[in-house]
Ligand binder design. Structure first.
Ligand SMILES: *Cc1c(COP(=O)(O)O)cnc(C)c1O
Length: 545
């Protein structure tokens, strides 16, 4: 056994033979070894009658890829919270061992120590909320410390801890596990410490899907550490920490084609965090706001009950941190509308921004996996990856010339041909625009476009809610750039159905590439005035579209 493990582990855990559970479905075998029921209940969406694996292979591969580490460096469990619990249980004997924390920090470190009966050694942050590395190192040398908890970005103060300080503590405290809780690291502009694991044997990192990936309700987090530490922790982890429906749901949520949308949301939260920070600084009720690398802000309000009453009257909940001083609150960054409601309560904007028209569609079949996000009232980002370069370029023309933001990622069966991918992207794009349009109130509805370049495309659109296509174009069946000529008509036929629009297209020209490009560009141009919103009337004498 490795020296570090001998020093940090509870001896009874080192010697423990872990409970042996089969877990996991064994393909092709008759499994009569776990007292399971042969039938899943009616309506079950998977083999819920079978115990799941302790560390399900597909999810393990996905999270190891997400965090850029080796699979043997990962242990998954019910949230980072359970990671804290298994760390305590594997290392701390009641009344004998201690844990070092740096308050103000995440409250669960203290509670978990109390549950385990471990002593707490506290080395408070300095007045800028930075850790005192030298004090931490000397405190560890004087006490039977097993675990050092650092939180970066720290909850509730929002600041990052310098990597150099973490590495220095790890080096000076080689007989302790140095746990860095990176629950919020995706909102910072740093990659976190996962890359340092190879070099630092006693480094342990906590990560979670709860915050950045919107999966708090699924309860999935992970410990990242070197293999000997992972093996130790695995001994105290329950036999089946992750329920089968959760495993399936998380794999579905984190399919690679969703990542562009998820990463875009992280960027939006970061942008909102800065917007709110600037705006709140103008409020008469705010005394101080700390910079944050997380999805929340620590704010010191003036000691005036008025602001709390205003928040209460609007049913806006913020987290009370009176323990850090009068008027201290922690405010999570929400959606634009939620944030505007908060700003209104703080008296810094009078009216909320107009509702943004947006939709996200994910579609998975045996042939394609596609996710798309459309935002009609902003123009960036436009980011498209269908695996067919020319088609990416064409869809980009629609969004750029249509003046809307589009993120679309597809992974299709291109080894067969482009047909399914091209068609399904058109379905999803049409559905996303349709959903974002909602009741179509205020839109221009009609769009037209006139000749362009040496190739001419004349396109007329009516966002009527009803499907119709007239396609009067001769395109060489060979097409261009891996997009077959017949597929062009098929794209617009599909779009007219999924979007609910009448589309009229006429075009001619010498060069097939130019003709196709003129059609996609022209379609975007014609969409622009049709999508554009002006007022809130439904543009129909019938009053509905
Ligand atoms: C929210 C939070 C966690 C808990 O993460 P889960 O994966 O939801 O259990 C852990 N650490 C910190 C610092 C947090 O703020």
């Amino acid at each position: 056994m490795n020296d570090l493990i001998k020093k940090v582990a509870r001896p009874e855990i080192v010697n423990l033979t872990p409970y042996k559970a089969r877990g996991g479905v064994v393909d092709g075998a008759i499994v009569l070894d776990a007292n399971e029921n042969p039938w899943a209940p009616p309506g079950a969406e998977g083999k819920w009658n079978r115990y799941p694996a302790q560390q399900p292979a597909a999810l393990r591969a996905r999270l190891a890829a997400l965090y850029g580490i080796k699979e043997e460096q990962l242990l998954m469990m019910r949230g980072a919270d359970e990671g804290i619990d298994v760390l305590y249980r594997a290392t701390c004997r009641a009344g004998k061992d201690a844990v070092l924390i740096t308050p103000p920090t995440f409250g669960l470190y203290r509670v978990a120590a109390q549950v385990q009966g471990a002593d707490l050694i506290e080395v408070a942050l300095d007045n800028k909320f930075q850790i005192r590395a030298q004090e931490i190192i000397s405190a560890v040398q004087q006490s039977p410390v097993k675990l050092i908890f650092l939180c970066s970005p720290n909850n509730p103060t929002g600041n990052l801890i310098a990597r150099q300080d973490v590495l220095e503590i790890a080096r000076q405290c080689p007989d302790q596990l140095l746990v860095v809780d990176e629950a919020y690291v995706e909102f910072s502009n740093t990659p976190g410490l996962a890359n340092d694991l190879e070099e630092v044997p006693n480094l342990v990192i906590l990560r979670t899907l709860s915050k950045a990936y919107g999966l708090a309700g699924a309860r999935v987090g992970a410990v990242l550490a070197n293999a000997p530490v992972i093996e130790l922790l695995r001994k105290v982890l329950p036999p089946y920490p992750l329920p089968a429906p959760v495993i399936a749901a998380v794999l579905k949520a984190l399919v690679p084609v969703n990542m562009a949308i998820l990463n875009d949301r992280i960027e939006r939260i970061k942008a909102e965090r800065e917007r709110i920070r600037k705006a709140l600084a103008e409020s008469e009720w705010v005394e101080k706001i700390w910079p944050s690398a997380a999805n929340f802000l620590l704010v010191k309000c003036r000691p005036d009950p008025q602001i709390l009453l205003r928040l209460k009257a609007r049913a806006i909940h913020v987290r009370d941190f009176q323990a850090l001083g009068p008027g201290m609150v922690r405010i999570s960054i929400g959606s634009v509308d939620e944030n505007n409601a908060l700003l209104e309560a703080f008296g810094v904007i009078s009216k909320t921004a107009p509702l943004l028209r947006a939709a996200t569609i994910c579609r998975a079949t045996a042939e394609t996996q596609i996710s798309a996000q459309v935002r009609l009232d902003i123009t960036d980002p436009v980011q498209i990856d269908t695996g067919i370069g020319f088609y990416d370029h064409m869809l980009e023309q629609i969004a750029r010339h249509g003046a809307f933001s589009l993120i679309l990622n597809a992974k299709g069966d291109l080894r067969i041909d482009e047909h399914h991918t091209v068609e399904d992207c058109a379905i999803v794009l049409g559905q996303a625009i349709r959903q974002a349009l909602g009741d179509r109130a205020g839109i221009g509805r009609f769009g037209f476009v006139l000749p362009m370049d040496e190739a001419q495309a004349r396109i007329a659109i009516d966002l009527s809610g009803r499907q119709a296509l007239r396609f009067d174009v001769c395109i060489d069946p060979a097409g261009a750039g891996g997009l077959g000529g017949q597929m062009v008509r098929h794209v617009f036929e599909t779009l007219s159905q999924s979007l609910g629009a009448a589309i009229h297209i006429e075009a001619e020209g010498e060069n097939t590439h130019h003709v196709i490009e003129a059609i996609f560009k022209g379609f975007g141009r014609a969409l622009r005035p049709a999508l554009a919103r002006n007022g809130d009337q439904i543009p129909s004498s019938k009053g509905v579209l």
